[in-house]
Design a binder for this molecule. Sequence first.
Ligand code: FAD
Ligand code: SF4
Length: 480
Amino acid sequence: MGDIKGFLKTKRKTAAYRPVCERLKDYREVNLLPQPGHSQEQAGRCMDCGTPFCHWGCPLGNFIPEWNDQVFTGRWKKAFSILDATNNLPEITGRICPALCEYSCVLGINDDPVTIRENEFSIIEYAFKHGLVRPRLPKKRTGNKVAIVGSGPAGLSCADQLNRVGHSVEIFERDNRAGGIMRYGIPDFKLEKKILDRRIAIWKKEGIKFFTGVDIPGDVPVERLVRQFDAVCLSCGSRTPRDLLIPGRDLQGIHFAMEYLVQANKRINKEEIGPGEIIDAKGKKVVVIGGGDTGADCVGTAHRQGAACVVQIEIMPKPAECRTQEYPWPKYPLLLKNSTSHQEGGSRQWCVSTKEFIGKNGAVNKISCARVEFIRDEKGCPLIKELSGSHFEIKADLVILALGFLHPQKEGLLRELKLELDPRGNVKTGVDFMTSRKGVFSCGDMRRGQSLIVWAVAEGRQAAHHIDKFLTGHSYLPLI
Ligand SMILES: Cc1cc2nc3c(=O)[nH]c(=O)nc-3n(C[C@H](O)[C@H](O)[C@H](O)COP(=O)(O)OP(=O)(O)OC[C@H]3O[C@@H](n4cnc5c(N)ncnc54)[C@H](O)[C@@H]3O)c2cc1C
Ligand code: SF4
């Protein structure tokens, strides 16, 4: 442990973001890289507590106190090797992970937690800057071939792990470029795509083969993959959006969040969009329905496109700003999130139910809403009650539906393979990540439902362990 009294002397301080007035004019990352001295000082706050709950909070079981100690003493190379042992994409989680670990940091019981995510960001960027992240080719090839369908964080992490132990991995991706939601959902102001390209270039040098623009089974029959490869892993995400089937839904100007964000990402990264298909917020009154992170990404994108105003509405009540009894430490609490997009403007309203989309000449121009409250019925079950006389309207000429995702796409791949699904419509697997079809595995959102990058990486790593065991009878790959 570096500084035994660090947590007593140093207060938590996070690195600054780019100023709002500057960042709103471009799509570059809002995060600023912390200076090494800053991270060293903050890492010194880690108490090396007896039971580091942060390990438990992080789905990857990252060795957080160990790397904090190395950072505090300036041994960045060692810090990187510890981080690299458990995380295939620290440059992504170090930027945009909601830092589940920080909510279970022991220092967080009566003080502010250690800046764990930010320290992770510093370590990995130090490693890239100093040439520590280099292609590592497997010592020998096993002769086994694995096909991965879908190149989001789950598929990529699974591929990386399997390639490390010598299996030949081929990734099939329906989009033009690899990355899944990291490339086409998350805006550049949170994650510039060159960060992803930097890592993919290393994986290509290590021997992983990428086939993009290939839909399975549209372009390659899935049965052919099953026949030609020794194992197949499906990591196609969970992208079926939740709809809002109320009167006026068919009016023009109402889009799902992913339609809007995918296109915005493609335009920024110079991918072609048909002229009639462009969804642009410039000069528009934008309403984002759904108060979560996807909605926040739409808010930030709309502001950068020059929206006249942006309102985000949510049917649920405003979350608490600090821990309640419902979410005691070290549980991950449901708290009010003020994302960088919220700091950039717009307004937010909670307990708002959307009743109807109202239009003019076939296009939406306002939304009819009502205020609701949450009560309990006589059995104690929660009920949503509309407040009488609370109707109001919000002007809107672009409406974005960010209401979450239901399950993976069922047509195509899943239907052809006739895979068993769980009660929520996700792909059902055993504890070994194998689906109801022998030799076909699944991981990430497709298996657990829409979640987080850190969970997708953890799932990809676990699936790789089981695939390796299936292929060779045992596995030295870690289970997380
Ligand atoms: C807008 C948005 C913002 C988010 N922001 C964050 C964030 O800031 N931090 C965070 O931790 N999490 C965030 N998440 C959640 C996170 O991105 C996902 O949980 C994660 O990407 C899931 O990874 P995955 O690999 O399972 O699937 P995905 O990332 O969805 O990747 C699946 C891939 O499979 C491909 N595919 C699908 N079907 C086929 C097929 N039939 N043939 C070939 N390829 C196919 C898709 O094109 C896609 O590339 C966000 C999610 C959204 C929607
Ligand atoms: S991946 Fe996320 S939860 Fe894990 S240590 Fe990093 S910031 Fe924390």
